[in-house]
Design a protein around this ligand. Structure first.
Ligand SMILES: [Zn+2]
Length: 150
């Protein structure tokens, strides 16, 4: 999986193979070294080019299981493929973002879903990302299914 981000020095679009995202990189535009910004505290489960064309809404169905007591959040984030957001601050920067909080006790499991409306962006190919943020507890995603509808 490729992780798309903007160079923290010059703002140009870059990408890195997800397993190497924590390594020091050299920007091919400005030649300065940096670390790829990733969402703080989030465990990114998937980020992939997903839908083109007339899709106006993404739906994430997920089966989850709670490993420890407490709360966690599941987030669904989308961005046009050619315009990756600053994912260090995914909320409130105009990026389509939806989240659902899960509270409970260890061993709980269930199914949930998230809807995300996409803005009108003719011809865009969207990247969809699924992330978990553990606050006071730890949640595991057992399965997830992402679909796009008109
Ligand atoms: Zn740069």
């Amino acid at each position: 999986m490729l992780w798309f981000y903007r160079c923290p020095n010059c703002g140009q679009e870059l990408n890195v193979d997800w397993p190497s995202r924590l390594e020091r990189r050299t920007c091919r535009h400005c030649r300065r070294e940096h670390f790829a910004p990733t969402p703080p505290g989030m465990r990114l489960l998937a980020a992939r080019p997903f839908v083109c064309g007339a899709v106006r809404r993404l739906m994430l169905n997920h089966a989850w299981r709670r490993r420890t007591d407490g709360s966690s959040k599941v987030a669904l984030i989308a961005w046009p493929h050619n315009d990756p957001p600053d994912l260090t601050h995914p909320k409130g920067n105009g990026t389509p973002y939806a989240e659902r909080q899960h509270d409970g006790t260890a061993g709980d499991c269930g199914n949930g879903w998230l809807d995300l409306d996409l803005p009108d962006a003719p011809g865009s190919c969207w990247v969809a990302a699924v992330a978990l943020t553990d606050e006071t507890g730890r949640l595991e995603m057992e399965e997830c299914l992402l679909t796009g509808v008109e």
